[in-house]
Design a binder for this molecule. Structure first.
Ligand SMILES: NC(=O)c1ccc[n+]([C@@H]2O[C@H](COP(=O)([O-])OP(=O)(O)OC[C@H]3O[C@@H](n4cnc5c(N)ncnc54)[C@H](O)[C@@H]3O)[C@@H](O)[C@H]2O)c1
Length: 410
């Protein structure tokens, strides 16, 4: 079989990056402002996001705005075509899809040795690594941004314990992020990745969604829309009640197990599906993660059962001692990032425009933020939302003086 050359890989990557850029007006506008105002010119920026065509647009835009950009992505969240396209632009990429755990750690360390003044992180893994192993770098940093729920949680713990030494803008905590990316984006891309990877139908299948936060809600909504029979397991009574009002069966994982055909873990918490749960599931059950990663599934138990049989791309079958089989998609990693192309372009336009604005805020050295977890300013969120509405030919209701008066009436 002939190997694809770096030039061919880069060309393919470039095409996909260009395609994404056509539907990312909010990101383009934010980047244009950075370019015109010179806000990041000469600044070292480290990007640790899922490496795919949308995030590549942020990387390239920052480079065009004059920043020295370095990129890190773990092996389950990277893309050789995008790597080639970025390297063609002389952007330093620290990512290898074939890296093992130790090699990946070395890549992350090498990435941090580029001394980023601003770090854009996803899951706070690199931010935590920097705090543990690169205290001098941390001291010199302007700050970081955080993309997802799983990253904001440990950062808040670090803040409470006085261990967070830099300002971090929690992009995830913007409603323009979690109400769109986590719900619609992840919901659509995880369900579609499962269908694409398996070539199966979901209609009529019994699907268990564990966790009914933003991601679980989106996954349940998209699976239901395609005819799946969805059960939801939740530890929070309010979220569980919400799932019931959205029309889903609400029960424990144990209660759903006997007739469960597909499981989506959507919590970001380790060990939410256990080997004990698996014991009562039917042979052929399909497990995937829509949330934080493979730690949500009983992968340690499954891997101890022996080498899985690879059935097709990203689909592995584990044989249990009792004769039953368990199918795992994308090796238990986030199905949409490892087995698909991540969230839809329009959704990532919002998330990455917020990231660009967060970088702009951190780069404003005249008004440095104090160490701690910060939110994106409200006016930035409304501006981006209004812009996307306008791009779609929609608009908000004009606020007349009479309406404004009515809003203030008591
Ligand atoms: N794949 C992606 O593209 C993508 C995108 C956004 C977020 N995420 C990740 O998805 C995960 C979920 O994000 P979110 O924004 O929905 O978080 P969230 O905090 O809104 O939701 C998590 C839910 O899981 C529930 N939960 C926790 N432990 C549970 C258990 N043992 N059983 C049942 N329910 C349990 C919580 O009560 C909560 O309602 C996070 O790890 C986040 O980082 C992934």
């Amino acid at each position: 079989m002939s190997q694809t050359s770096p030039v061919e890989l880069a060309m393919a990557g470039r095409g996909r990056i260009d395609w994404a850029s056509r539907s990312m007006p909010a990101l383009q506008q934010a980047l244009q402002r950075l370019l015109e105002q010179g806000s990041v010119a000469g600044m070292r920026i480290g990007i640790s996001l899922v490496l795919e065509p949308k995030t590549a647009n942020l990387v390239i835009g920052l480079q065009q705005a004059g920043a020295q950009v370095a990129v890190f992505a773990p092996p389950d969240c990277t893309d050789v075509e995008v790597i080639a396209a970025l390297e063609e632009r002389r952007i330093a990429v620290f990512s290898d899809p074939a890296a093992n755990e130790a090699e990946n750690l070395e890549l992350a360390r090498a990435f941090l040795r580029t001394n980023p003044q601003i770090l854009v992180d996803d899951g706070a893994w690199v931010t935590r690594l920097a705090h543990r192993e690169f205290p001098q770098l941390v001291e010199s940093m302007l700050g970081a941004t955080e993309e997802t729920t799983s990253g904001v949680r440990p950062l808040r713990v670090m803040e409470e314990q006085g261990e967070l030494k830099i300002p971090v803008i929690a992009v995830n905590d913007s409603p323009l992020k979690y109400l769109f990316d986590n719900v619609y984006g992840t919901g659509q891309s995880c369900v579609m990745a499962l269908l694409d990877l398996t070539n199966l139908q979901i209609a009529g299948r019994r699907v268990l969604v564990i966790g009914y936060g933003w991601v679980g809600k989106g996954v349940a909504q998209h699976a239901t829309a395609l005819g799946a029979l969805v059960s939801v397991a939740e530890i929070d009574p309010i979220k569980a009640l919400q799932a019931q009002h959205d029309g889903h069966r609400v029960c424990s994982v144990q209660a759903a197990a006997p007739d469960c055909e597909v499981v989506f873990a959507a919590t970001g918490i380790a060990g939410v599906l256990t080997a004990e749960h698996l014991a009562s599931m039917p042979s052929g059950v399909i497990l995937c993660t829509a949330g934080g990663g493979d730690f949500e599934l009983p992968m340690t138990f499954l891997r101890a059962q022996g080498e899985p049989r690879n059935l097709r791309d990203h689909i592995d079958e584990y044989q249990l001692d009792d004769g039953r089989a368990v199918i795992v998609v994308a090796d238990g990693h986030c199905i949409n990032c490892t087995g698909g192309e991540g969230n839809p372009i329009e959704i990532m336009d919002l998330s990455l425009a917020l990231q660009a604005c967060a970088i702009e805020t951190l780069a404003r050295t005249t008004e440095p933020l104090v160490p701690g977890v910060h939110r994106i300013a409200r006016d930035i969120e409304t501006q981006i939302a209004a812009q996307r509405l306008a791009h779609a030919g929609a608009s908000t209701e004009p606020l007349t003086p009479a309406l404004e008066a009515a809003l203030r009436d008591w």
